[in-house]
Design a protein around this ligand. Structure first.
Ligand SMILES: Cc1cc2nc3c(=O)[nH]c(=O)nc-3n(C[C@H](O)[C@H](O)[C@H](O)COP(=O)(O)O)c2cc1C
Length: 185
């Protein structure tokens, strides 16, 4: 698949086949992600991978409950409170795999480099016939003591991109884009 096609056709997918994704495929995805550029080539990222669909589902329960428990901490997501309160609501969209991109340094623009790595991973997944969704709603839990412990990462790691990965059940239509605001000078 051509890069331009992947950039235009990739979608945030919210329904997945339950089939697990092979470890080798997830490993390949993080290696492609690490081809992203970074300030002084510091490569300020680390990847937490969960390939067990049942475990991803348990993480989903914990992340959702964490949000619902304390809206003072999770205020950015308050607008989705009613939706998230529904028991059938799944943060990870029943995806079989989760890859979390962490910033492991506080060097210049580490979070920008990690976001680039995440986007590269999403495009690579799409070009392999897989799909992804960046799920910021899971960040509060993943960045908590409980989340760090569950993912087995040090407390100094900062969550940049929680990405769910899987084979898509259906590809949504593009929600469209505004014409990019542009100023020519
Ligand atoms: C930083 C970021 C955070 C996002 N957080 C969520 C999220 O918490 N839950 C979700 O279902 N989708 C999330 N998305 C997916 C967006 O809703 C989606 O990318 C957007 O609606 C555009 O759709 P498209 O990616 O299919 O073009 C997120 C995307 C980005 C880039």
């Amino acid at each position: 698949m051509k890069l331009l096609e992947a950039m235009q056709q990739r979608r945030a997918v919210r329904s997945y086949r339950p089939d697990p994704i092979e470890h080798a495929v997830l490993q390949e995805l993080v290696e492609i992600a690490s081809a992203a550029p970074s300030y002084m080539n510091l490569q300020p990222w680390s990847f937490g991978i969960c390939a067990d669909p049942a475990q991803v589902s348990r993480f989903d329960d914990q992340a959702r409950q964490f949000l619902l428990n304390d809206w003072s901490v999770n205020a950015p997501f308050l607008a989705q409170r009613e939706e998230l309160s529904r028991p059938e609501q799944r943060l990870f969209h029943n995806a079989p795999a989760l890859i979390v991109v962490y910033a492991v340094q506080t060097e210049v623009d580490a979070e920008c480099a990690c976001a680039m790595a995440a986007y590269g991973l999403m495009l690579a997944a799409h070009s392999m016939g897989l799909a992804s969704c960046w799920v910021s709603q899971a960040r509060p839990w993943l960045d908590s003591v409980e989340g760090h412990t569950a993912m087995g990462v040090p407390s100094s790691f900062r969550v940049i991109a929680p990405l769910v990965i899987g084979a898509p059940l259906a590809m949504p239509l593009s929600p469209g884009r505004f014409k990019p605001p542009t100023r020519w000078v």
